[in-house]
Design a protein around this ligand. Structure first.
Ligand code: MN
Length: 439
């Protein structure tokens, strides 16, 4: 007797051979969602990835192999984005995941495999589209290492502002300019002060930067006026993705006082095409990051014993850079940083509890990004501003090129994955973007 609940959290071979490579990142335990087209599948549709293949959920819904699942789920499988799936009851989505595990498991019979086979397309031949149209985008500032490093550049004596250890700091971002991995990023123009001083002028940004972040996509939201508590916050997370919060530092530094980020951020935000369900991350849940002695305890509405015990996620994020010169020379992308999501000062549940503590209503598909993920080391800084200490110490690439800001033709590649002994690797895939010249 197979324990499918256990299977949903751990292990299991699939009859899809490419899923069984323990380092492949897309085993039966992952099953991330996407929206794709491929060949005759011309209309965008939800899919789930298994190994090197994508299962067409619209086709699956039509074929009868998902029979018995809730109508809301079956209908959502025909939408052009994942938003409708994200609005479904968590229990109904868990039933979909369990069904897919059955159908793709090595023990599935020949008839099942035959019915499934026609619904699979190679990832390599598919076009991956923006998976979600987030109604809202919020960006936090949850890495204390990032906040400290950036603060130190501007305020050497008091890098962290006094509210940091009490309030999960965030701002409302722009949802309309979210683009999927692979979309070119047009260098923004904006108003900035010349480095030499004098009056500000409008022109192409001279200090374009990336920020490596993890995005939480919301499942079912909350009614206006009704906060979500830390204890139930995870039930509202549909899944996670990689996020690159492109930032024009010159525009940002001139505009941000007194109301915070605006045009230095809103020109583009990239997301990875895969949305990894929270269920796939269960084996990688770890205690909330230890607070330094002397730090205040979280206020009651942000504190929950279960969340402290296993609310964080052990997930590695890496950033690589490929310049035009490197590309032309056939060089490999160069790794700029590696950090871990578990080091954030706030857990995902705390971010949600804080976001809704004033009654603000979250909606299915809303994107809540963590803020730049940095760690305590020099090679764990999640943006160039921090890596180069405000631009003063340019990064030197293997071919001798230097960067304190992104140049046209530079491609930034984010990767994310979970590893733990005894479990297959779970990958978030990649989030890529290449800088195009200003218009
Ligand atoms: Mn950010």
């Amino acid at each position: 007797m197979i324990d499918w609940e256990e299977m949903a959290a751990r292990g299991g071979a699939s009859w899809v051979e490419s899923a069984n490579d323990p380092d492949g990142g897309f085993p039966l335990d992952n099953l991330p969602y996407c929206v794709f087209t491929c060949g005759d599948r011309r209309h965008p549709r939800p899919g789930i990835r298994i190994g090197s293949l994508i299962l067409d959920l619209a086709g699956a819904s039509r074929s009868g192999i998902l029979e018995g699942l809730d109508h809301s789920v079956l209908a959502a499988c025909h939408a052009h984005t994942l938003n409708k799936l994200m609005a479904c009851e968590p229990a109904m989505l868990a039933a979909l995941r369990t069904r897919l595990l059955h159908l793709l498991h090595a023990r599935a019979d020949q008839a099942t495999r035959g019915a499934m086979g026609v619904l699979l397309s190679p990832v390599a031949e598919s076009t991956l589209l923006k998976p979600v149209d987030p109604p809202n985008f919020t960006d936090f500032y949850a890495s204390i290492d990032h906040a400290t490093n950036v603060g130190r550049i501007f305020r050497p004596d008091t890098p962290l502002l006094p509210n940091y250890k009490f309030v999960p700091i965030g701002y409302h971002g722009r949802a309309s300019s979210i683009v999927v991995s692979g979309t070119e990023i047009r260098r923004p123009s904006g108003q900035a002060k010349p480095a030499s001083g004098g009056v500000p002028a409008l022109g192409p940004s001279r200090s374009l930067d990336y920020e490596v972040e993890i995005g939480l996509y919301m499942g079912q939201g909350n009614a206006l006026g009704v906060p979500i508590g830390v204890a139930s916050a995870d039930e509202h997370i549909f899944g996670i993705s990689l996020v690159n919060d492109w930032s024009a530092r010159d525009i940002q530094s001139w505009e941000y006082q007194p109301l915070g980020p605006f045009l230095g951020k809103s020109f583009a935000t990239s997301v990875s095409p895969w949305v990894v369900p929270l269920a796939a991350l269960k084996p990688f849940r770890v205690p909330a990051a230890l607070r330094a002695s002397g730090d205040p305890d979280p206020l009651d509405y942000l504190w929950n014993p279960d969340d402290q015990h296993s609310g964080a996620i052990d997930l590695v994020v890496e950033v690589r850079l490929l310049t035009s010169a490197m590309r032309n020379a056939g060089a490999e992308p160069h790794r700029l940083s590696r950090a871990n999501l578990r080091d954030l000062y706030w857990t995902p549940a705390q971010l949600i509890a804080h976001h809704t503590s004033n009654g603000c209503n979250l909606m299915p598909g809303d994107l809540l990004a963590t803020g730049t993920i940095s760690g305590p080391h020099q090679d764990s800084a999640g943006c160039l501003l921090e890596l180069t200490v405000g631009g003063g110490k340019p990064v030197v690439l293997p071919n001798g090129e230097r960067r304190s800001a992104l140049e046209d033709g530079d491609e930034v590649i984010l990767q994310g994955y979970c590893r733990r002994d005894g479990y297959p690797k779970i990958s978030l895939g990649e989030c890529r973007g290449t800088v195009d010249p200003a218009r």
